[in-house]
Design a protein around this ligand. Structure first.
Ligand code: UDP
Ligand code: MN
Length: 273
């Protein structure tokens, strides 16, 4: 109907983009984001970190949120940040909640275009799985347990306001942390459980979300325009996992995000002409 057609006419301003980060990544991961895709979504993007840093507050026009969560890479602290992020989205009044990690590149215009396909007045949970089988909680309860899929936060996830409001009674006001602690799952798995149990919708897989769990060099350069999110990993067991995109040399641009940004948006100031 025409009302739901209208709801699909969203703009960037209808989207809340939350990025989870930490004081330990301030120098290694934040700068390349601030130079690239953040510039295309300055007013819509918020960083959730564990420190108050005047330099970054200045660079982001006050969009760094000190969650007061502990900076440790442990389940309960990551859940703490996600809980704060979710509450900020609810308070923002926006139609879409998208989460990314601080090693994601967000293709901003593509994200807007993608979300136009879905009506935010209906529940939607969009993302990409990182497991081959659905989760079961409690693990051994094949008869009575909750079966669910989760969107991996490392690839990015979006949920409509309608879905976010359905899960508000169990997720809002920090209640997310309690569920996370009870289940002993990471934050993204916990979110999948909550959506499966309390939301009225399952995960819609959108394969254009990407994490560094994939071999990123196998993504063809001419497909990059279509992707919603990308990632990198500079050090893993096999060396580095980065996009194969033409552009700057790897000393100047180890993550390949500067090159990617120029590939997608050649008119940006720092791009060669
Ligand atoms: N992170 C955090 N605190 C930490 C370590 C990581 O908030 O102590 C965040 C980090 O900023 C990123 C996400 O958690 O957004 C995932 O971290 P990372 O990419 O280092 O690990 P992965 O889960 O991809 O192996
Ligand atoms: Mn990562």
């Amino acid at each position: 109907n025409s009302e739901s057609e209208q709801n699909k006419n969203i703009t960037l301003d209808d989207i809340f983009i939350g990025v989870k980060t930490t004081r330990y990544n301030q120098k290694s991961r934040l700068p390349v984001i601030l130079k690239t895709w953040f510039q295309l979504a300055k007013n819509q993007t918020w960083f959730f970190t564990d420190i108050d840093n005047p330099l970054h507050q200045n660079q982001t026009n006050g969009h760094m949120v000190d969650t007061k969560c502990s900076p440790l890479h442990e389940r309960q602290h990551l859940c703490c940040k996600t809980a704060v992020e979710y509450d900020h989205f609810i308070n923002s009044g926006k139609k879409w909640f998208c989460h990314f990690d601080d090693d994601n590149y967000v293709n901003v215009p593509r994200l807007v275009e993608e979300l136009r396909k879905y009506d935010p007045m209906r529940p939607w949970y969009l993302g990409r799985t990182s497991v081959f089988n659905p989760m079961l909680y409690p693990e051994n309860e094949t008869e009575s347990g909750e079966v669910f899929w989760f969107a991996t936060f490392g690839a990015g996830m979006c949920m409509s306001r309608s879905l976010a409001l359905q899960i508000l009674p169990v997720t809002g006001g920090g209640r997310f942390i309690s569920i996370c602690n009870k289940l002993r799952y990471p934050d993204d798995v916990t979110m999948g459980y909550i959506v499966g149990r309390y939301g009225k919708v399952g995960l819609t897989v959108v394969p254009q979300f990407h994490s560094h769990y994939e071999e990123l060099r196998f993504l063809p350069a001419d497909s990059l325009r279509e992707q919603l999110s990308l990632s990198y990993e500079l050090q893993n067991r096999k060396g580095r996992n980065v996009l194969d995109v033409p552009g700057f040399n790897t000393v100047y641009d180890p993550t390949r995000f500067m090159s990617l940004h120029c590939f997608l948006f050649p008119n940006e100031k720092f791009c060669p002409r």
